[in-house]
Design a protein around this ligand. Structure first.
Ligand SMILES: NC(=O)c1ccc[n+]([C@@H]2O[C@H](COP(=O)([O-])OP(=O)(O)OC[C@H]3O[C@@H](n4cnc5c(N)ncnc54)[C@H](OP(=O)(O)O)[C@@H]3O)[C@@H](O)[C@H]2O)c1
Length: 328
């Protein structure tokens, strides 16, 4: 069994590494459904308990696979899913659809996937709080929300988790979001902690990205940007070789060392990768090694945008203000 972390301010604890099921919908090339289900079961058996999906991952496909995988291990699993829009009417229907895809009568954590540009966060979180009262949802999370929106949301109903991108190649959250989430008792769930596979060392050139793979549309994975980002991995690779472990394990161990409030959420679509990533729990980085990695991957070092241009505006978004009710 692996170390655990407290989820928000509640009683629930989760394995210090979480499993993401986005890849099950084929975002990163062809996915193997049976291997995905076995990966979740293997993870749960080893103490990786927070299992993350979203309705948008294959329009319910990933949720259905998660539901299948956890059915006979429900007590051990902390199932999280996400809604893609923030209007109360949308959210009320979305949770029922997600529960149906999952084949479950509640989810442990329900996230707003992106802050809605048209809806006050108090209204989105208010609708999610109704779901908590109705027993459909145990705790509420936000993903890629801006700091002021996090404060407003948390004042409406306790927020258990903030899910935002964080890795050696994406360190911006260290400045504002880490201290903010820690001070509010919100767990920081670090998505794409292997930088969508780049920090595994298995992607070296555009030819390593299969046709139809979403990463082909991401500036960081294209042309000269990809070459620059791959060249930056040399110190990570050297440290992993010296320690006799994989690059991924060092990249995850660095996150685990950074803060006790952070849970790296790793995409794992096959049981072998679950086993490989469990190694990270055994990797010990001393102060000098953490400092060396910090220096090799300074904030802002990655070349190119982390999402396609058109998706950038929705990241770290602040919600519009809550309007006063119209006078009668
Ligand atoms: N909230 C959001 O907006 C948002 C955005 C993106 C992701 N997420 C969540 O975060 C999760 C993880 O992010 P991610 O999947 O983008 O990126 P990631 O965890 O950084 O990387 C996942 C990729 O690395 C591979 N991999 C994992 N461990 C490996 C190992 N030890 N050796 C070699 N390859 C390995 C996976 O392959 P296999 O799949 O073949 O095992 C997959 O292709 C997602 O599944 C999703 O749940 C959330």
């Amino acid at each position: 069994m692996i170390d655990t972390r407290r989820l928000g301010q509640g009683e629930v604890r989760v394995g210090a590494i979480a499993l993401g099921a986005m890849g099950f919908a084929g975002w990163y090339g062809g996915a193997d459904d049976e291997a995905g289900v076995r990966a979740i079961q293997r993870a749960l058996d080893e103490g990786i308990t927070l299992i993350d999906t979203a309705e948008v991952y294959g329009r319910g496909k990933s949720e259905a696979m998660v539901g299948r995988a956890v059915r006979d291990r429900r007590e051990r699993a902390v199932v999280a899913t996400k809604a893609s829009q923030g209007s109360p009417a949308y959210l009320r229907e979305a949770i029922d659809r997600s529960l149906k895809h999952l084949g479950l009568d509640y989810v442990d954590l329900y996230y707003l996937h992106r802050v809605d540009a048209e809806v006050a966060i108090e209204d989105s979180v208010g609708a999610m709080a109704e779901m908590v009262r109705a027993g459909k949802v145990r705790a509420i999370g936000l993903s890629e929300a801006g700091p002021e929106t996090i404060r407003r949301a948390h004042a409406t109903h306790p927020i258990a988790a903030l899910q935002t991108e964080y890795s050696l190649l994406q360190r911006e959250p260290e400045f504002e979001l880490f201290p903010l989430t820690r001070s509010l008792g919100i767990t920081f769930v670090a998505y794409s902690p292997l930088h969508r596979g780049l920090l595994t060392g298995r992607i070296r050139t555009p030819a390593d990205i299969p046709d139809g793979d979403w990463r082909g549309k991401v500036p960081r994975f294209q042309g000269a940007n990809l070459a620059a980002n791959v060249a930056r991995l040399a110190p990570l690779e050297a440290m992993a070789t010296k320690k006799g472990v994989s690059m991924s394990s060092v990249a995850l161990a660095w996150i685990l060392r950074k803060s006790e409030n952070v849970v790296p959420l790793v995409g794992m679509g096959r049981p072998e990768n679950v086993d490989r990533n469990l190694e990270a729990m055994r990797v010990r980085l001393d102060e000098a090694e953490v400092t060396a990695l910090d220096a090799a991957f300074p904030v802002g070092c990655a070349a190119g945008l982390r999402y396609p241009e058109e998706a950038m505006a929705s990241l770290g978004r602040e919600a519009p203000p809550k309007r006063a009710p119209a006078p009668r």
